[in-house]
Design a protein around this ligand. Structure first.
Ligand SMILES: *Cc1c(COP(=O)(O)O)cnc(C)c1O
Length: 402
């Protein structure tokens, strides 16, 4: 069986983790701080806070920004549930909009969805393809007079917050600059199946405009990620420095040095090995599948942006959901794992019960019903790529031609 997304664990990772385990310091400490600095350098921004997941980090930001019941946050209907769940946790309302053919949030739909209650927009770089951040920033700027701040931070920002769900797009590019510097906050996921992993983990790129001081915001969020405690565990080990205070009822989502040491190894080889191989894999799929008019290839590169090649979102032209499911079944019978990214939110029981309807998002519906994700990971061989592509072609023929 060719797996869908196995982790790439080699001796260098095992050695790095062992070194941390032997170091006498396993929770947040020097490795985490080094990881934060290196991610910040990669993204060309000044401050990054490492956290224990995308979900915890993004939710922390919504609480920090004072999101509360009555507030609206615009998200695409086509995303993983985490994007919406964190809004529900704050008691606020996810306002879903449709996507365009490239799976990215529909900017025209965003414009129409903005109201005086809109406090944030969370676009999603699906599959690693960056959304059009400059268009989103422009829409937010044009609507700055509609924005109604509820607290000091919102007043200081003076506009709708742009919080990027970049769970897939670490290493994605816009005009040759890496994702991380295009939104007020950009949050990455380092979950086991993501491009760069720490097993579980995430990072917040802090990039607020003036008059915010991003180093102050870093310090504040760091405290918020540790119960609102003014000193972390490492600081308290300093001689005589036991005393601390708690200044807010904070959360608990710090990254550990064990996980950061995995991330440091991954980051070192990310640009020079991982991204290059992922791009080759996608190009090889394209070369084979391009010959079939029913195979709609994913957008991974265009005039101004390039994907991080996280997912290969293949679509089967004109197929019904039943045919798509049948193709997937036949592919698995050929010992190849594939996946579907994603069941849009209105298809999920919880969101359906809240009244969201799939028919309100026709593009998302169409994309989802015909979508099959093919494996993309560093250790996938050229031979396996051919086997996977052939399994798709044969399964299509068996399903559609019969
Ligand atoms: C994986 C994922 C998340 C959640 O990431 P965690 O680190 O597992 O919390 C959020 N959004 C999208 C689009 C994802 O794919």
């Amino acid at each position: 069986m060719i797996p869908f997304s196995p982790p790439y664990i080699d001796n260098s990772i095992i050695e790095a983790v062992t070194e941390t385990l032997n170091s006498g310091w396993i929770t947040t400490g020097p490795k985490t701080k080094e990881f934060e600095h290196k991610i910040a350098k990669f993204c060309n921004i000044s401050h990054v806070l490492a956290v224990n997941s995308w979900t915890a980090g993004a939710e922390l930001l919504l609480h920090w920004f004072g999101i509360q019941p009555g507030d609206e946050i615009i998200i695409p209907a086509y995303t993983y549930c985490a994007t919406a769940n964190i809004i529900i946790h704050c008691g606020a309302t996810p306002v879903m909009v449709d996507v365009t053919e490239d799976f990215c949030i529909d900017i025209e739909a965003v414009k129409k969805a903005i109201t005086s209650k809109t406090k944030a927009i969370i676009p999603v770089d699906i599959g690693g393809l960056p959304v059009n951040y400059s268009a989103l920033n422009k829409v937010i700027y044009e609507n700055r007079d509609i924005f109604q701040p509820n607290n000091e931070k919102q007043q200081k920002l003076g506009k709708i917050l742009l919080l990027s769900d970049a769970a897939h797009s670490f290493g994605g590019l816009i005009d040759n600059a890496y994702v991380g510097a295009f939104a007020d906050f950009t949050v990455f996921s380092f979950h086991a199946v993501k491009n760069l992993t720490t097993a579980e983990g995430g990072a917040i790129c802090i990039n607020l405009p003036e008059p915010f001081d991003n180093s102050e915001v870093y310090k504040e969020l760091n405290i918020w990620s540790l119960h609102g405690q003014t000193k972390d565990a490492l600081a308290k080990t300093q001689k005589g420095a036991w005393e601390y205070d708690v200044i807010t009822s904070g959360y608990k989502c710090n990254m550990t040095d064990i996980l950061a040491s995995i991330g440091l190894v991954e980051l070192k080889r990310y640009k020079s090995e991982i991204l290059i191989r992922r791009k080759q894999i996608v190009e090889k799929y394209n070369t084979i599948l391009r010959n079939y008019e029913w195979a709609l290839l994913p957008t991974t590169i265009d005039l101004y942006r390039e994907s991080s090649y996280h997912l290969y979102l293949l679509r089967i032209k004109g197929c019904t959901i039943l045919q798509r499911n049948e193709i997937i079944k036949k592919v698995f019978d050929k010992d190849v794992s594939v996946n579907v990214h994603y069941k849009p939110l209105p298809e999920l029981t919880f969101y359906k019960n809240l009244g969201y309807k799939m028919n309100d998002f026709p593009v998302s519906k169409k994309l989802w019903e015909s979508e099959i994700s093919l494996p993309v990971y560093f250790s996938l061989t050229d031979e396996q790529i051919s086997i996977i592509a052939n399994a798709i072609i044969e399964s299509y023929n068996e399903t559609i031609m019969q």
